[in-house]
Design a protein around this ligand. Structure first.
Ligand SMILES: NCc1[nH]cc(CCC(=O)O)c1CC(=O)O
Length: 313
């Protein structure tokens, strides 16, 4: 079967890396197909300098790619699972979750080895309320400053001396060849990752069964089960990557072990929950852990964050 496939992708270096990765895998698996990239600018990219939390909206990074697929200008889109909303427009679906890269957060600094060794008053850059909440809970004496932009921009701002340290996803650094910049990968106990962090997913049209077959070998069962549990938790809490929700699933002794956390952005309160459940129903486990968090008052924290976003912070 010969076919030409078009991959819709954002233009950031990380998005392009991920699209090139899927292109290479597809061409290696299926010598008779050709693959090209259709790079495009998403609303999220145009707004990179403003706090995404404020301009609100999940799916800021995927909408343009979805429109391209629906208009038959592209056949598939490659996403960081962390940024993909739970629900898909009619006619599109998520068909593959690829093998997950390191899901942990990375501590990056030119001055200090660890969070613990930073003196009081040190400035840490991140724009993730999830990272901020967990950092401030441990070290209320540190100062968090806003930091957005793609991976290269963030490293450049660190190197310019604007921050004593920054925290970003290990996966993005590793994919772009910056692994030597990682001071250390933070254990889930120190910084529980965002749902889906480190995993790449592939979205395409539901009626393109020929493409579904071509994509099938890219699916990684282990990563898929874990990310499904995490996404179910996020979905139950109605959260995207702009809210202080963390969750991380591992497989252990034939079960899925899911940990979840909702944190007050200033670190004054962290709500945690965890549970183990059967591998045949990751969604049920995700919902159960989410409901445990809700029963402990997570909604109050989330409501306050949403209110802040809607306002003129
Ligand atoms: N929210 C932006 C984003 N989306 C995916 C990644 C990193 C790679 C990944 O999780 O697959 C990043 C950057 C970061 O959080 O540092």
């Amino acid at each position: 079967m010969s076919r030409h496939l078009r991959i819709a992708t954002r233009k950031s270096s990380l998005a392009l890396w991920q699209a090139e990765y899927v292109k290479a895998r597809l061409e290696e698996l299926h010598p008779h197909i050709t693959v090209s990239l259709v790079p495009m600018v998403s609303r999220g990219d145009k707004l990179l300098d403003s706090p995404l939390a404020k301009i609100g909206g999940k799916g800021l990074f995927v909408k343009e790619l979805e429109t391209a697929m629906m208009n038959d200008e592209a056949d598939l889109a490659v996403h960081s699972m962390k940024d993909v909303p739970m629900n898909f427009p009619d006619g599109l679906g998520l068909y593959v979750i690829c093998e997950r890269e390191d899901p942990r957060d990375a501590f990056v600094s030119n001055r200090y080895e660890t969070v613990a060794s930073m003196p009081a008053g040190s400035i840490v850059g991140t724009s993730s309320l999830r990272r901020q909440a967990q950092l401030m809970a441990r070290r209320p004496d540190l100062t968090v400053h806003f930091l957005r932009g793609n991976v290269n921009t963030r490293l450049a701002k660190l190197d310019a001396g604007e921050y004593d340290a920054i925290i970003l996803a290990a996966a993005g650094l590793m994919r772009l060849g910056f692994q030597e910049r990682i001071g250390y990968a933070m254990a889930p106990e120190e910084s529980l990752p965002a749902g889906g962090q480190g995993a790449v997913g592939i979205e395409c049209r539901t009626d393109d069964t020929e493409l579904h077959e071509l994509l099938a070998p890219l699916n990684d069962v282990d990563s898929g089960l874990r990310v499904r549990a995490e996404r179910a938790l996020n979905h139950r809490l109605n959260g995207g990557c702009q809210v202080p929700i963390a969750c991380y699933a591992e497989r252990e002794a034939g079960q899925i072990w899911l940990r979840g956390l909702v944190g007050q952005p200033d670190g004054s309160r962290l709500i945690t929950a965890e549970a183990r459940g059967p591998e045949d129903d990751p969604e049920k486990l995700g919902i159960a852990v989410a409901e445990d968090l809700l029963s402990q008052g997570a909604q109050d924290i989330l409501d306050a964050v949403y209110q802040e976003e809607g306002g003129a912070r």
